[in-house]
Structure formats: C-alpha cells, structure tokens
Design a protein around this ligand. Structure first.
Ligand code: SF4
Length: 75
C-alpha cells in the first residue's frame, strides 16, 4: 500500500481530532494511505510545498463531510 509522502509533515495528518478520533483514523487510513493523489492538501504540497498548504484545508471536503456525519453517529 502506498502512503502519502507528507504524512510526517502534513498538519492534518499530525493533528489530533480530539472530538472525532474515528474520523481522523478513517480519513488517514483511506485517504492518506490509499487515495492521497485526490487530496487537495497533497496537490498543493506537490506544486507549492507543504508549508504553503493552508492549515485548515480539508483533504477532500465531500469525503470529510460524509465521514464526520458517519463517525459522529458512532460516538
Ligand atoms: S491529508 Fe493529504 S497531504 Fe496530508 S498526509 Fe493525508 S494525503 Fe497527504
């Protein structure tokens, strides 16, 4: 399985989702480990560098919103 090369430096990946641990785990497992090429943060990091990625940019807004809704139902 390929993993995003920015996993060690990406703020999103390192950030703890204290209120949504399931969401963080799910997103990292599915997006960062499998589908990172579709990640908005990854695209900016590849073109401009990881330091230019806005801190609050979601990797994939649609996937994230669905995931937050689903994961919140687990809590
Ligand atoms: S959020 Fe995107 S850029 Fe950050 S580690 Fe995951 S796939 Fe890579």
């Amino acid at each position: 399985m390929e993993t995003c090369e920015f996993c060690d430096t990406c703020y999103f990946f390192k950030e703890e989702f204290q209120d949504n641990p399931h969401t963080k785990e799910y997103l990292c497992n599915t997006l960062c480990n499998e589908h990172f090429i579709t990640c908005a943060r990854y695209k900016i990091a590849m073109s401009n560098g990881i330091d230019d990625v806005p801190r609050d940019l979601l990797p994939d807004p649609l996937t994230c919103l669905k995931c937050f809704a689903k994961c919140n139902s687990w809590n």
